[in-house]
Each structure stands twice: as C-alpha cells, then as structure tokens.
Design a protein around this ligand. Structure first.
Ligand SMILES: [Zn+2]
Length: 73
C-alpha cells in the first residue's frame, strides 16, 4: 500500500500512514478518525520564473477558463 501524508482535524497532528488509495488513516496521536490527506506537491509551482507579459497572459487564460467553468455549472 502507498504511504500517504495525513493531518488530523482534531489535534492538527501530521503523520504518515499506509492506506488504500482514497482511504484515510486514524490519527496516531489522538486516534481520531477525522483526518485528511495532505497533497504534497513534488514539483515547484510552474509560475516561478514567469514574469511580465507571460504571467499576465497566463492569468488571463486561467481567468477565462474559470469563467467558462462557472458558466457551465
Ligand atoms: Zn489527532
């Protein structure tokens, strides 16, 4: 089973546990079932190094996509 990072919603403890994909693990500090998966980005954000016009263009495209998505739902 894959190793995932979890955070406890009750005591904010962070821990690693092996679970089925999509499942959550009980907190190892307080045994609460109210935990959530943490998604740790592997690659740095793509926007690093993007400046000026390129960044503006990217933002405009993203805004356009988001507007479209809002319109569809
Ligand atoms: Zn906890």
């Amino acid at each position: 089973m894959p190793l995932y990072d979890f955070a406890c919603n009750d005591c904010a403890h962070e821990f690693e546990a092996r679970t089925e994909p999509g499942a959550t693990a009980p907190c190892e500090a307080c045994a609460s079932d109210d935990t959530r998966r943490l998604f740790r980005p592997i690659a740095p954000p793509a926007k690093i190094g993007m400046r000026g016009l390129a960044a503006k263009r990217s933002n405009a495209k993203r805004a356009e996509r988001e507007a479209k998505r809002r319109g569809e739902t």
